[in-house]
Design a protein around this ligand. Sequence first.
Ligand code: AKG
Length: 260
Amino acid sequence: MVVNRNELNINYDDQGYFVIRNYFNATEVSSLRKVVLKFHELWKRDNAKFYQEEAFNSSLITGSRYLAFDDRVELFNFISSKKIMNIVDSVISANPAFMNTQLFFNPVNPEQKDFWHRDCQYDHDVEVQKKVIHDTQVLHLRVPLFDELGMELVPGTHKRWDNDEEYDVRQEEKGRVSNESLSTGKTIELAAGDLLVFSADMIHRGLYGLDRLALDILVFDSAADFVDYVDDDCLPDIAMLDKIDDPRLFINTIHLKSTG
Ligand SMILES: O=C(O)CCC(=O)C(=O)O
């Protein structure tokens, strides 16, 4: 599939997200699903109480705790594949760097509700959030491994502050709660094979339901100050780097770590 990188960049800049339908073929999805499911089963067993009671995601999928060398190399090669790098390069033109991976699934407890947020709200108070949304933001590339209800996003909020409704719901002010619907929200249904790219700091929520299992790849611009968020164990070692076709996403992170 030919993607128009310039057009993607314009969409991202304008709206804070874009989606490419049927970007991955059935073979690519099933190979990825196989290795991710191996991680997921082991992770669930190891985190049984957390999984049963409250979890809706895991992270550090490329780390050494649950996956062995060959599976990790396969994941690293997917993350830095031509298809992914084409997209990453269209949004971050100079020195994109790998941050982490996350896996999103349905919480076991059906009473647990999906919730609106900006990722930066977990690191910063409101006054700082108002500033950091104008700085470089982390990019999420969501690869759904099964058809899912998808995500709800508020277009444009990667560049603007919340209106009153958005703020009260997201921050649970004035009696509002974070799983209420927002009149500005836009639902993006996703199917296995699609790719959704969005800014971590825009207002968003994942929609629970169906068999959702989505791999999110998190990438940042080397010029931004995010390297402290990277766990060393999620990066490829020398022997793995040798088996990665285009390792620059990881090399950029390793370089930042060694100079930071
Ligand atoms: O899918 C979800 O449950 C939430 C996703 C999300 O917040 C994120 O990818 O940053």
